[in-house]
Design a protein around this ligand. Structure first.
Ligand code: G3P
Ligand code: MG
Length: 262
């Protein structure tokens, strides 16, 4: 990188909010969900490329461990819905998972295996993009999955704006806090009536990642007054996206960046 560009990048990395130092998360208003799930196979390299093809430069994906500890992209605990395989991800070694087709939902597309997180981080960096890695552990592997994700990020990520690590699992967020306090953490919740801000702050999280159906736009100003950027999922209707972004939401995570961006 040119010396001046490097200086600007490092200065813009730290911003302030009401006098407090904040890490620049590089969050754009539109984030692709599982890549661009409405346009291409979820949690695949072609899905990420579909998101990038829509001008999206920040994606959310789900990270899980194979039986032998490889971090791959997979939403479900089993292989059945999204691949031509079957059985528990946690009981299947990577060598077998690598032979499967994760593009099953899009039969006109070329088959492709579930990608590793390493492959995904390299692809995202090749377009200068950003990523929200949702740690989606199989039960009992909450800390182990977080630790493996952190190892991959440490070994692979070279850009100044860091990946955002999020999880519904408190144990995974605690592991991230303990093992990698420098990596930003997102508090994921789908629990209505919970004090999301208090829960997020109790874990030292950097963002609130909430299901939009629990909220109205009128609640947004109160939430962002906490200083925590607010990411809402999964917003696939343009009018809903517009209303929440106009109310001050930081970003919406969408399956359909083609229509939500329009
Ligand atoms: O991270 C936002 C969203 O992906 C959480 O729900 O089930 O789609 O992973 P899910
Ligand atoms: Mg997810």
């Amino acid at each position: 990188m040119h010396a001046m560009a490097s200086l600007v990048a490092s200065l813009s990395y730290i911003m302030t909010f009401r006098g407090r130092l904040m890490v620049d998360l590089g969050l754009p208003p539109i984030i692709g969900h599982r890549g661009a799930r409405g346009l291409a196979p979820e949690n695949t390299l072609s899905g990420l490329k579909a998101a990038f093809g829509q001008g999206v430069r920040y994606v959310e994906i789900d990270a899980k461990l194979t039986q032998d500890g490889v971090v791959i992209l997979m939403h479900d605990e089993t292989l059945d819905r999204t691949t031509n395989g079957s059985g528990a991800v946690a009981e299947t070694p990577y060598a077998l998972i690598h032979t499967l087709n994760a593009a099953k939902a899009f039969p006109d597309l070329a088959p492709e295996p579930p990608p590793t997180l390493v492959e995904v981080l390299e692809l995202v960096q090749s377009v200068g993009g950003g990523i929200n890695i949702e740690i989606k552990p199989c039960p009992g592997r909450e800390r182990e999955t977080a630790a493996a994700v952190i190892d991959v990020v440490r070994a692979t990520w070279r850009q100044p704006i860091l990946p955002l690590l999020s999880s519904f699992q408190r144990a995974s967020l605690e592991a991230c806090r303990d093992l990698a306090p420098d990596l930003p953490r997102g508090y994921l919740s789908e629990i209505e009536g919970e004090d999301w801000v208090a829960e997020a702050k109790s874990l030292g999280c950097t963002t609130l990642n909430l299901g939009w159906k629990m909220l109205t736009p009128a609640q947004v100003p109160g939430l962002i007054a906490s200083g925590l950027p607010l990411l809402l999922w999964t917003v696939n209707e343009p009018e809903v996206a517009r209303a929440f972004l106009a109310a001050g939401a930081t970003a919406i995570i969408t399956d359909r960046p083609d229509i939500v961006c329009a």
